[in-house]
Design a protein around this ligand. Structure first.
Ligand code: HEC
Ligand code: HEC
Ligand code: HEC
Length: 480
């Protein structure tokens, strides 16, 4: 071939090869819609970094380059984006009003530390994408600062314990009113909250059973089998929302549910209130906490032979669920071997447990099981890297997870990530109670969340690590 033509072709290729990256050189900004959602100043200050390096694949709000509509490019970009969004959706997790979740922060931290993002192929075409050492440092320090805001008991962003996505539990319940806690404790164990006075909260969330009931799904009044596994109540105070699908905003809202759930306690709060009002001992204790200032037992409603006692105006479902919620805030389990190890007690964990932690960390299990509770901070898809439900069969209504509440198809099969604290004593596992075997639960997670088959000895080590997460309640290690 003529040298000139070859030269011309070469120059053409060169021009083309430069055209894409050069066209990508301009500084990018995030489209106004997601940017305007972001209210936290630390996040606002960092939006340009994410716009330049991440949003093309992790956001629907990315402004696409001119070649994105070319046949080949558009297919490739879409494919990348779908996969990327399945793993990490910045629109939902980062460009939010208020604070992002601890899981979202853990995910960013992981890719910053491994250097996996943005992918090398992307950097080849986007010369100003990528993470410089200075950018990495500033993102990590933003993450620590946000973590300090998110984590009760941690105030100093420079606390070295905030450098990891998982922190030791700090029991901050000392500031709660002891009389309220005691009232809540009694109500939690009171069977008068169920229609036939057979069940209390503790029936399905035994404090001596890891906060759960050791059943695949719970049994309500009249022996009714419920559709879903009962989660532990320990460390539920750390949860973004309550229930597997997050349908209750907080512990107080949650506590209202089981009493009136026909499949659980089957009662009515109005009837519970009337029943409790007939118990002068209870009313005295209740009014001492919720009654007007200076209330004394002499003000107890008068007992008239054969007539029901008057119900004090303060005695309401709202007050009762408040007391239960305050009691539940004390159900935290600090001082596990892992927490002591994190704080520098080097012999608190066995060699196997430490090796298990390293596997857990390296495989990114902490990107969902993050925060003090090692979970509870986000709703994540069960089956990121495989179809868990197709493999299991027998679909049920509760398998929809979060979508059952939001009706957003993107929430299909998303569940509130369960805490891994005390996981060794709160079997069986998963929302469907699929297994009571922790080995199996670990294998399932590795396969469906991380696309990774763990070797037998790796599973043994991860389980040894999970066993080191059993903490103390009232100074005693939790029982299963
Ligand atoms: C060219 C597209 C592309 C860009 C740009 C990109 N990612 Fe990704 N990202 C992906 C893909 C594809 C995956 C899916 C799994 C994988 O390849 O690791 C992913 C996965 C992730 C995950 C989940 C990792 C895990 O193992 O759970 C996070 C978090 C993430 N990216 C963050 C970022 C951040 C932060 C940036 C910017 C600094 C970024 N990504 C830039 C394509 C991209
Ligand atoms: C019949 C058994 C049963 C009884 C009784 C019961 N629960 Fe539950 N509890 C469950 C089940 C099952 C779930 C999970 C339901 C779901 O997520 O859809 C649950 C969920 C919870 C959660 C949410 C935990 C989390 O991580 O999301 C809390 C907290 C809780 N219950 C506290 C209570 C309290 C307080 C009472 C008493 C007022 C109570 N439960 C009575 C079975 C029961
Ligand atoms: C993408 C998020 C994500 C990642 C990554 C992840 N998990 Fe999970 N994990 C979940 C969700 C969601 C559930 C609840 C699923 C369900 O009930 O259907 C769960 C449940 C569990 C349970 C059962 C807890 C219980 O009380 O029911 C264990 C054990 C567990 N994960 C361990 C791990 C291990 C070990 C890894 C790493 C190999 C891991 N997880 C990685 C999201 C994740």
């Amino acid at each position: 071939m003529d040298k000139k033509i070859i030269g011309g072709l070469g120059a053409g290729v060169l021009v083309l090869a430069l055209a894409f990256p050069l066209s990508n050189m301009g500084a990018r900004t995030l489209e106004p819609a997601p940017a305007s959602r972001v209210t936290h100043p630390a996040l606002q200050a960092n939006l340009d970094f994410y716009a330049n390096s991440c949003v093309d694949c992790h956001s629907d709000a990315a402004e696409m380059p001119f070649y994105a509509s070319f046949p080949l490019a558009s297919g490739m970009i879409e494919e990348h984006r779908e996969e990327a969004m399945a793993f990490w959706d910045a629109d939902r997790e980062l460009f939010v009003s208020g604070l992002p979740s601890e899981a979202a922060l853990a995910k960013i931290q992981q890719v910053l530390e491994t250097g996996a993002m943005p992918p090398a192929s992307y950097k080849a075409l986007h010369w100003n994408a990528g993470v410089s050492p200075a950018e990495k440092d500033s993102q990590l320090s933003m993450i620590r600062a946000l973590r300090a805001e998110l984590s009760p008991g941690y105030d100093d962003p420079n606390d070295p314990l905030l450098a990891r996505s998982i922190m030791p539990i700090v029991d901050t319940s000392g500031s709660l009113d002891p009389a309220k806690i005691e009232l809540g404790r009694k109500l939690y164990h009171d069977t008068r909250l169920s229609v036939d006075n057979t069940l209390s909260c503790a029936s399905c969330h035994g404090l001596d059973m890891g906060g759960s009931d050791e059943a695949v799904s719970s049994t309500g009044v009249e022996d009714q089998k419920g559709p879903i596994n009962s989660p532990t109540v320990f460390n539920s105070v750390y949860a973004v929302a309550q229930f597997w699908d997050g349908r209750a905003d907080d512990l107080q809202a949650q506590a209202a549910g089981p009493v009136e759930n026909p499949m659980e306690m089957g009662d009515k709060w109005d009837d519970v209130v009337v029943e409790l009002a007939q118990d002068p001992v209870f009313v005295a204790e209740f009014m001492a906490v919720y009654g007007p200032e200076g209330w004394t037992a002499e003000q107890l409603p008068e007992v008239v032979e054969g007539e029901p006692l008057a119900t004090p105006a303060e005695l309401t479902a709202e007050a009762l669920t408040d007391a239960i919620a305050v009691f539940e805030m004390t159900l935290v389990t600090p001082n596990s071997p892992f927490d002591r190890w994190l704080k520098g007690e080097t012999d608190a964990m066995s060699a196997d447990a430490i090796a298990g932690w390293e596997i857990f960390d390296a495989k990114g299990c902490d990107t969902c099981h993050a925060g003090q509770a090692m979970g509870q901070t986000s709703f994540e898809k069960m089956g990121v890297t495989g179809d868990y439900f197709a493999a299991r069969g027998n679909p049920t209504d509760v398998d929809k997870g979060r979508m059952g509440v939001t009706e957003d198809p993107a929430d299909m099969h998303r569940f509130k990530v369960p805490t891994l604290r005390n996981v060794a004593v709160s079997w069986p596992y998963f929302h469907d109670g699929a297994t009571r075997d922790l080995d199996q639960a670990v294998r399932t997670m590795a396969t469906y969340q991380r696309e990774h088959q763990l070797a037998d000895d790796e599973v043994t080590k991860v389980v040894a690590f999970l066993e080191s997460l059993t903490g103390e309640y009232k100074g005693e290690p939790l029982d299963g």
